[in-house]
Design a protein around this ligand. Structure first.
Ligand SMILES: [Zn+2]
Length: 314
């Protein structure tokens, strides 16, 4: 038996040990063993070096998940994704989150991690184009249940590829719509409507409710009591306390004006009218405060003079 054959036999025994460590879910140990084996393989068996490297990073990722770390932030997910061009699509026996062990496609694993990473970056940068890319990546996985979604931000739940795609679609619409909220509430409402639909299909009912509310606000259209302009969007309107007797409600009705502009003890004004009034009121209040302050100081001076007079007399 030649030396190299002996070395190869020992090498394959070591691979078996690393496999066993992964099988019994000692991920930190398995990762370190595979890392050393990948080094060795470059001389002994270069064709499997990339697989051993894949295992080493995959098990580091699993170890981080069990440790409560975020493999997206530690850089482990990107390290694994960097192997994509070299490893291509291979079927490998691997341990995966949730106690899975068996043969899986490297493509399937990398595709899912790429989708989750793209979603995370898209959300952190408020980038609707990246979120659309994530939609496509998740759609490729389709109705299959995701493997890592339970353990990785921003999903952190059991979900199919299709639902994750719908969630990304919802966020993309929200980001696009947000650009129009001030300038064009009707255009913004179109985006938010699609976001609400996407979140509903993704079964994210809390998000659906939040953006349904935004949508209701965007569709509000009322007449400013002061300048009489029709104004769209709740963020452009302010309800102010005021005395509004029935006389004024009737007056609006008689003039065929918008009766929704008043409520008992409140009326609606547009933001420019509101800020003009409140700025003026604030300026007046400051002047008044300064006047009162000057008066108080004058009284204090008089009091001190009086005190010293009493003192001298005593
Ligand atoms: Zn106004």
């Amino acid at each position: 038996m030649s030396v190299s054959q002996k070395a190869l036999m020992k090498f394959s025994q070591e691979i078996e040990k690393a496999e066993n460590a992964a099988r019994i879910r000692l991920f930190s140990k398995a990762s370190k063993q595979y890392e050393k084996l990948a080094e060795k393989a470059r001389e002994l068996q270069p064709e499997i070096a990339i697989e051993l490297q894949f295992y080493s990073i995959l098990y580091r990722l699993l170890d981080e998940i069990e440790d409560g770390k975020d493999p997206m932030k530690t850089g482990t997910v990107s390290a694994l994704l960097r192997l994509t061009p070299q490893i291509g699509d291979r079927r490998l026996v691997m341990a995966l989150p949730g106690g899975r062990f068996g043969e899986f496609s490297t493509f399937r694993i990398l595709r899912e991690l790429k989708a989750i990473e793209t979603m995370a970056i898209g959300l952190s940068r408020n980038d609707h184009n990246m979120l659309r890319q994530a939609v496509d990546l998740f759609m490729n996985i389709g109705d299959e249940m995701l493997i890592f979604s339970m353990y990785l931000s921003p999903l952190k739940r059991r979900i199919t590829g299709r639902r994750a795609a719908l969630e990304c679609e919802g966020y993309a619409q929200v980001i696009e719509g947000a650009r129009f909220v001030d300038e064009d509430p009707s255009a913004a409402a179109e985006y938010y409507m699609m976001a609400v639909r996407a979140f509903r299909s993704a079964r994210l009912h809390d998000k659906e409710a939040i953006y349904q509310n935004t949508l209701i606000g965007l569709r509000v259209e009322l007449t400013c009591w002061i300048c009489g302009r029709r104004v769209k969007g709740a963020s452009h309107l302010v309800w102010m306390p005021a005395q509004v007797s029935n006389y004024f409600v009737k007056l609006l009705e008689e003039n065929k004006e918008d009766v929704r502009s008043v409520k008992p003890n409140r009326l609606v004004v547009c933001k420019p009218c509101y800020t003009a009034i409140s700025n003026e009121a604030l300026a007046q209040a400051r002047k008044e405060a300064a006047r009162v302050m000057a008066r108080v100081q004058e009284l204090e001076r008089r009091l001190r003079r009086l005190e010293s007079t009493v003192h001298t007399m005593g």
